[in-house]
Design a protein around this ligand. Structure first.
Ligand code: ADP
Ligand code: MG
Length: 263
């Protein structure tokens, strides 16, 4: 486990309301507060429509909160795009650009550093276990491979924080399991903080230092878990009793709060 010391990101009492065409306001997210420490892997889990994506987008300054504040490393403001990478459920790669170009996309490229950027992109493709596929087009890849390319792209600028919004949600179950373990080994090398939105309890328990459970809409953060395992997080741990126990605790919290929270 990573030593958790310095605070990277802090959200205080963030809420978001949307106004419908008929002029009624709808609360999408209610009173969410969260601390993320350097190198920490935080998962947010909650029912569909509880405001997880809204919260992630507020953290990344892609959506303005109705109330509350986001502070990146004591700057008094949310992080800028250079400080984070973002991975969406669908990989959102540019279909006409090669895989290598897609990964290099975040680079601001002058003539001199093009080679360096291409080198970095090649390295990242190795890191996500797709060495040598830079010349291919996204359409030639499977869904799992496209998400790995999207992760490589998000890591391009060596971000301090990686935001991931159900990145494996569109993948089949087996690919999804593999991606979880691959992400663990990627994070071992990249060591940025991760804020990870998921529907999957197993995925959250496997990957996270901290799991935040949200109630049904309007979403509130209702419970926090800090899974710690004696063994390393590998394929064996998933079937262990201690892992199953944490899963059961998270599932209970989720079920209770989902029923109580919905109106
Ligand atoms: P989740 O990611 O947990 O499924 P979202 O954050 O996408 O939930 O959405 C939370 C609630 O806010 C939903 O009821 C959704 O319909 C509503 N919502 C999200 N974005 C908008 C928007 N741009 N305009 C109006 N309502 C929105
Ligand atoms: Mg969502």
């Amino acid at each position: 486990m990573v030593a958790l010391t310095q605070q990277v990101l802090r959200a205080d009492s963030v809420s978001k309301s949307y106004w419908s065409k008929s002029g009624e306001s709808k609360v999408a997210l209610a009173d969410a507060s969260l601390n993320v420490a350097q190198g920490e892997f935080v998962s947010i889990i909650g029912p569909s429509g509880c405001g997880k994506s809204t919260f992630l987008q507020i953290l990344a300054k892609l959506v303005e909160p109705t109330t509350g504040t986001v502070d990146y490393r004591g700057t008094g403001a949310p992080p800028e795009p250079k400080d984070y990478g973002f991975v969406f459920q669908q990989s959102a790669l540019l279909p006409w650009a090669s895989v290598l170009r897609n990964v290099m996309m975040p680079a601001v490229i002058g003539r001199s550093d093009r080679r360096e950027a291409a080198g970095r992109a090649e390295d990242l493709l190795g890191l996500v276990m797709l060495p040598g596929i830079g010349k291919k087009l996204p359409q030639e890849l499977s869904g799992g491979m496209r998400q790995r390319v999207a992760i490589a792209r998000a890591l391009f600028n060596r971000p301090d924080i990686l935001f991931m919004d159900e990145p494996f949600g569109a993948l089949d179950a087996m690919t999804r399991d593999d991606m979880g373990f691959e992400l663990l080994s990627i994070m071992d090398q990249e060591r940025c903080a991760v804020v990870f939105v998921t529907h999957s309890i197993t995925e959250a328990v496997l990957l996270s230092d901290k799991i935040v459970v949200m109630s049904a809409g309007p979403g509130r953060f209702v419970e926090t878990f800090r899974p710690e395992f004696r063994g390393s997080r590998d394929r064996d741990i998933v079937t262990s009793a201690e892992f199953r126990n944490v899963e059961a605790d998270v599932r209970t919290a989720l079920l209770e709060r989902t029923t109580k929270g919905s109106s």
